[in-house]
Design a protein around this ligand. Structure first.
Ligand code: COA
Length: 171
């Protein structure tokens, strides 16, 4: 799906281009990055997913996150669209060297603002493992609140939500 660029203080979230493929594959091959995302992706699986980013897949609103100063690939962000009735799911994953600088918080706020103001979604959800304190903290900092516990074959996880009518971008 075509989506416009989103510009934040330090980042540009832009459309993927073919040259981003190696950086995306490296991101998804990193054990630490994928620890809470189902584990490392094979090169083939990452390539197939990347091909969907370049295509017109309507279930994906995705951006390559880049450093606005250097243009360097910082990570991946997006909204997983799950149908007309279900809220989209906020997604963010950064290359390890960019952790701990408040960048996920910056991305999360910008993507929520995009989801509500530009697309008009009524609610956005985020799914997070129970033992992932950094992501819990990010979700709190971007104004999402804990809603419920859910589970699948791999175990229990938590759902955070933000509603369009109530969400205000935290300072
Ligand atoms: C989780 C992730 C997105 C965080 O990105 P980040 O840019 O480092 O996040 P931020 O700097 O915006 O905020 C992280 C917050 O978590 C806190 N934090 C980090 N590790 C923590 C820990 N082990 N326990 C408690 N808090 C922790 C930080 O101190 C910071 O909070 P603060 O600003 O109050 O100090 C990043 O580590 C990542 O991409 N991980 C791999 C992919 C992933 O897990 N994505 C999320 C799936 S739900």
């Amino acid at each position: 799906m075509w989506v416009p660029d989103v510009v934040t203080e330090r980042l540009v979230l832009r459309r993927y281009v073919a040259d981003d493929r190696p950086a995306f594959q490296a991101l998804m091959a990193d054990e630490e990055v994928t620890r809470h995302l189902g584990g490392v992706m094979t090169t083939i699986a990452a390539a197939q997913l990347f091909d969907r980013f370049l295509g017109q897949d309507r279930s994906l609103i995705v951006w390559a996150v880049t450093d606005s100063g250097t243009g360097e690939f910082v990570g991946h962000a997006g909204l997983k669209v799950r149908g007309l009735q279900d809220p989209p799911e906020l997604i963010y994953q950064l290359a390890r060297e960019f952790w701990g600088q408040g960048l996920a918080t910056e991305i999360g706020k910008a993507v929520l603002a995009f989801a509500f103001s530009e697309v008009g979604f009524q609610r956005v959800e985020a799914t997070v493992d129970t033992d992932h304190p950094a992501s819990h903290r990010v979700l709190g900092k971007i104004g999402m609140t804990f809603d419920r516990v859910d589970h699948d074959d791999s175990g229990e996880f938590l759902i955070y939500i933000a509603d369009r009518g109530e969400w205000r971008a935290p300072a």
